[in-house]
Design a protein around this ligand. Structure first.
Ligand SMILES: *Cc1c(COP(=O)(O)O)cnc(C)c1O
Length: 387
């Protein structure tokens, strides 16, 4: 078997044509294709505003800024995520802390969140912003989190990097509950522009701020000007912004992919069903389905069970990599990284995330994964597991 990666982009002839068309047009950088993509993305996600950015990390950064995260502010997120979910708070000079995960969903645990909020209130150190992560594409408990946000007075920035195509309580992720949601268009994610990201929000003021922050803090919209308008060439810098723009040829790729989102999602779901059927009888934990939400199925994570789980996980991982199967591990708990340890975090602080991490393996999952390759993956897994 040639190498099977854990994730892989799906590029169609239409995608290629869409990019070529932009390459032959006037615009390469942010232009009409970005606008078209933003409109399509907003429509698909039933949201008023979608702001395309150069990557989801940039999106998280400017979303934190637009939600007033600054020195002295406190941001809570999940330890079971990619580093960017926490780093974005530190970019803004804020402090970061974590809320342990639920062992079933691998998302922030509501019980842990409520407990931590009660303790934080007593200590006078409530968070300003919560960044829940829709791990593997499974929407976090946003409705309950919104209730807690209103009760305790914090905002919600959903890290929906994994969750394009996911739905929660009958509506697309990013359409409600959170103040803003961030999606990644990285090549391993659901829909790609190579590198890219999108921030969605229903709040027009927030959207305007995000648009400024993505482009040096500049506005050309005269209604936003402070003081007099010098003339048709004039623009004003309102905030300290960045160059976090997406290019038009990237937007064309993402828009073309977005057009077949349901097809891509169905292909992922077919692979998930196949895995679950093949793995059901093995001594492993496999992902759970929920009635009130549909995962985007960015990842298919199994957990090795039993007393020697950690050792067994290493053995299985090595055996599968030796067989050219690109298994992976998502995620190394953020607080265990040397950088975060230097900030004062300690191992053992978020035991559910650490326990899960010690047993998890992500199996290959992408729309073009064939049943035949899946069967091969499961055969190798079985051999390693039962050896
Ligand atoms: C991929 C990812 C990011 C960062 O996305 P980029 O587009 O690569 O910057 C942030 N959060 C999570 C949970 C991710 O998986």
């Amino acid at each position: 078997m040639s190498f099977v990666p854990y994730s892989r982009q799906t590029i169609s002839d239409d995608d290629i044509t869409a990019v070529i068309n932009v390459l032959r047009s006037e615009f390469l950088t942010q232009g009409p294709a970005v606008e078209d993509f933003e409109r399509a993305f907003a429509q698909k996600h039933q949201t008023q505003h979608a702001v395309a950015v150069s990557n989801a990390t940039a999106g998280l950064h400017i979303a934190c800024l637009a939600l007033d995260i600054a020195p002295g502010k406190l941001v809570w997120t999940s330890p079971n995520s990619f580093l960017a979910s926490a780093n974005c708070a530190l970019y803004c000079g804020a402090s970061v802390d974590f809320v342990d995960i639920d062992p079933v969903t691998k998302n922030i645990s509501l019980v842990a969140l409520e407990e931590k909020l009660r303790a934080a209130e007593a200590a006078g150190k409530l968070p300003d912003l919560l960044i829940p992560v829709d791990f593997a594409g499974l929407p976090a408990d946003l409705r309950e989190m919104r209730g807690l946000a209103d009760q305790y007075g914090f905002k919600i920035l959903e890290d929906a990097s994994h969750a394009i195509g996911a739905s929660y309580l009958g509506a697309p992720v990013g359409s409600q509950w959170a103040d803003a949601s961030v999606f990644s268009l990285h090549a391993v994610k659901i829909v790609t522009s190579g590198e890219g990201g999108v921030v969605t929000t229903q709040d027009p003021k927030l959207a305007a701020r995000l648009r400024r922050l993505r482009s040096h803090g500049i506005t050309r919209n005269k209604s936003e000007f402070a003081g007099k308008d010098d003339g048709p060439w004039y623009y004003q810098q309102m905030d300290l912004g960045f160059n976090y723009r997406l290019t038009d040829f990237q937007a064309a790729l993402a828009a073309s992919q977005l057009g077949r989102l349901s097809q891509l999602h169905e292909a992922r779901m077919a692979c998930v069903e196949r895995y679950s059927a093949l793995l059901e009888t093995l001594p492993l934990k496999i992902p759970v389905h929920f009635k009130d939400r549909v995962s985007a199925w960015h990842l298919y994570v199994i957990e090795v069970d039993g007393p020697d789980a950690e050792k067994k996980r290493l053995k299985i991982f090595n055996a599968m990599r030796d067989s050219h199967i690109g298994v992976n591990v998502h995620y190394i708990p953020i607080h265990t990284q040397p950088f975060y340890q230097r900030l004062g975090f300690r191992r053992g602080q978020f035991p559910n995330a650490e326990m899960y991490y010690s047993r998890a393996i992500s199996l290959p999952l992408f729309p073009e994964l064939t049943f035949e390759v899946q069967s091969g993956v499961v055969e190798k897994l079985k051999m390693a597991l039962l050896a």
